[in-house]
Design a protein around this ligand. Structure first.
Ligand code: FMN
Length: 244
């Protein structure tokens, strides 16, 4: 069956970042993967007001496109996030959207979703931007894979399939064959402890998902050493954080 990928483009002008993304889309479509591009600037996404209603009640107080966009994104098999580097980080439009996904940090929606990044800059800031995007993806429960980046100097280098190999591999892989790394397990344990101790709505969600006693979101290839480290970390953190 064909896989469906959503590419979230956060560059307003359809130039460098969009151009790179279009090249990747074409190449993936040649491999029978459907890539739908969502340009964030085509959506009405308001800035988070900080009311925390999404966290505490599960419902955002703002009326715009963010909620339906989140629902739509979660229905795909994989996600590409593309951004120019602005002041050593992601574009402002993408940050506004990321802020609106805050409840996914407490109640992850993208467990086992492969995610990759497309980042362009004049010269600097790529490493930090990718690191930030990886972090966000982990908080969403997703599975960060590849990152493709270009600077002015390297812009004309064509994208090779090897640059997004891991992403495509995970699109077609059964989750039981995933190999989450130790960072992913630690992030999961942090969210697990928070769900247990902080908000009842999170605990209900985690219990319903069957995650509350898990080492990771799903049964995957995790060796005994990583399992043990994650279990010890959970015990340690759990003993340090008091229930609210
Ligand atoms: C507001 C702003 C901030 C930028 N900050 C950086 C930066 O920190 N480092 C860098 O190398 N390039 C920076 N750039 C350059 C862009 O990242 C670069 O030109 C990018 O490829 C533009 O992508 P686009 O054609 O999709 O807009 C910045 C550009 C803008 C407009």
């Amino acid at each position: 069956m064909k896989k469906r990928v959503v590419a979230i483009n956060s560059s307003k002008r359809k130039k460098t970042t969009y151009g790179l993304l279009k090249q990747i889309k074409k190449q993936m479509e040649d491999e029978d993967i459907i890539v739908d591009v969502f340009n964030l600037f085509d959506f009405n996404i308001k800035e988070c007001t900080g009311c925390e209603s999404c966290l505490r009640k599960g419902k955002c107080c703002l009326k715009d496109d963010a909620e339906s966009l989140m629902t739509e994104i979660a229905g795909y098999d994989g996600i590409i996030i593309s951004t120019p580097v602005y002041m050593n980080s992601i574009s402002g439009k993408l940050k506004v959207f990321v802020d609106r996904t805050c409840r996914w940090m407490h109640r992850p929606q993208l467990a086992s979703m492969p995610i990759m990044f497309v980042v362009t800059s004049a010269a600097s800031g790529i490493k930090g931007t990718i690191k930030y995007l990886k972090n966000i993806s982990l908080q969403w429960g997703g599975f960060p894979t590849d990152a493709i980046s270009r600077k002015v100097k390297t812009l004309l280098i064509p994208v090779e399939a090897g640059e997004y190999n891991k992403f495509v591999k995970h699109l077609f892989m059964h989750e039981k064959k995933y190999r989450p790394d130790i960072n992913q397990l630690i992030q999961f344990q942090v969210q697990r402890v928070l769900a247990e101790k902080v908000l009842p709505i999170d605990k209900e969600y985690w219990d319903a998902k069957g995650w509350s006693n898990q080492i990771y979101f799903f049964d995957a290839r995790i060796n005994i050493v990583k399992r043990s480290v994650a279990a010890v970390f959970y015990k340690f953190l759990s003993s340090r954080i008091r229930a609210v």
